[in-house]
Design a protein around this ligand. Structure first.
Ligand code: OGA
Ligand code: NI
Length: 366
């Protein structure tokens, strides 16, 4: 399978110096960012912060986690144990990669079968509207799918740094799963086990959003929820752009140095039968500065059936989702690109329809 039309690197369009973006990147008016987002006094919101330092009282961490996941589905993670030096190093190797000549980067051009490598679109629909961003996607776990020859060989420290960073962030995932499990009043290992335990899978996606001459007409990443279990994002160290949808409004997430942004993804919504929900988010671009972020996607073991856990199912609260493996689930976004939460909605089994905000959200993304 190949891409349906020739791939154009957004970075090349940006560097051409054009003042007008190509039509394919212009969003329909209802999906464009609001103009306020670009005003100089635009304020970003503070999402909750979970502090994992050793000296924090564990039960208070669990309580904050429960509030953050129920209320927001997104939180900042401070004192996560990954050293600031490593964060700086991983940012710098990826910046260097994106600054390499196009011929060098194109050696890693990806295809829609595995998505692994250097890419510029999500989805294979011909003529689809596109997002203002390039990326590099790679498989990290399981180790059997890790192929370092597909990772950038330049800069020379790239592969080692990716490996070290991935290993450290995977540890953060296992710590978080225990806290999240507790916060749902489950046993510490329940959620971890329901996602495949140590056989969980992980991919890394480095997003590079070049400067855009008409940022009010497009998005760096259209509205979506993440398909997997949990996303641990290292945002840009100073350029904002991530927005989350809360109670129908788009809010810009503030950025705090060296702190991760973590969000609940679709599979946790399925397992908890809507107790914790994945939240829609999108990315704005801007005319003055490029932006780079590193998403570490923690996903279930690929061939494991994921369905609502017994603890969240009762006579009053029937299972809302039919079982499906993650392998099957992720085909949707790979084919159709970011589509809000429409996939999760389409998975809802018969029985009581949810009356949550998910239904309201859908209208705009239909
Ligand atoms: C993603 C994503 C947000 C960002 O990669 O899924 O939502 O800030 N990224 O780049
Ligand atoms: Ni995302």
């Amino acid at each position: 399978m190949e891409w349906p039309e020739p791939i154009v690197r957004v970075q090349s369009i940006s560097e051409s110096g054009t003042t007008v973006i190509p039509k394919q990147y212009i969003k329909p008016p209802s999906r464009r960012p609001s103009l306020q987002s670009f005003e100089s006094d635009h304020v970003s919101i503070k999402i909750p912060t979970i502090d994992l330092s050793e000296d924090m009282d564990y039960s208070s961490i669990v309580t904050s986690m429960s509030e953050a996941c129920r209320e927001w589905g997104f939180f900042h993670l401070a004192n996560h144990g990954v050293s600031p030096v490593l964060l700086k190093k991983i940012r710098s190797v990826w910046k260097e990669f994106f600054y390499l000549p196009m011929d060098e980067k194109n050696k890693y051009a990806n295809n829609p079968v595995t998505y692994e490598g250097y890419g510029s679109r999500l989805g294979v629909m011909k003529g689809a509207n596109l997002d203002w961003g390039d990326y590099f996607h790679l498989n990290f776990l399981p180790v059997s799918l890790q192929d370092q020859s597909k990772w950038p060989s330049l800069p020379s420290s790239c592969r080692d740094t990716i490996e070290e960073y991935g290993r450290e962030v995977a540890k953060v995932y296992s710590k978080l799963m225990r806290v999240i499990s507790k916060s749902l009043e489950l046993e510490e290992d329940d959620l971890w086990r329901a996602l495949g335990g140590s056989e969980f899978t992980a991919t890394m996606r480095v997003n590079f959003y070049p400067k855009c001459p008409q940022p009010d007409l497009t998005l760096g990443f259209s509205t979506h929820s993440d398909p997997g279990s949990l996303t641990i994002l290292l945002p840009d160290d100073h350029v904002k752009g991530l927005q989350i949808r809360k109670d129908g409004s788009w809010l810009t997430v503030d950025s705090i140095p060296d702190v991760f942004v973590v969000n609940i993804a679709d599979q946790i919504q399925v397992l908890t039968n809507n107790t914790y929900k994945s939240v829609e988010h999108r990315v704005l671009v801007n005319a003055e500065e490029e932006r780079m972020s590193l998403a570490f996607f923690c996903n279930p073991k690929c061939d494991l059936m994921i369905e609502p856990m017994k603890r969240f199912v009762s006579e009053d609260q029937l299972a809302m989702y039919s079982p499906m493996t993650y392998q099957e689930y992720r085909m949707f976004v790979r084919e159709k690109g970011p589509q809000g939460k429409s996939q999760l909605e389409s998975l809802k089994s018969f029985g009581p329809r949810s009356t949550t905000s998910v239904d309201v959200d859908l209208a705009e993304n239909a």
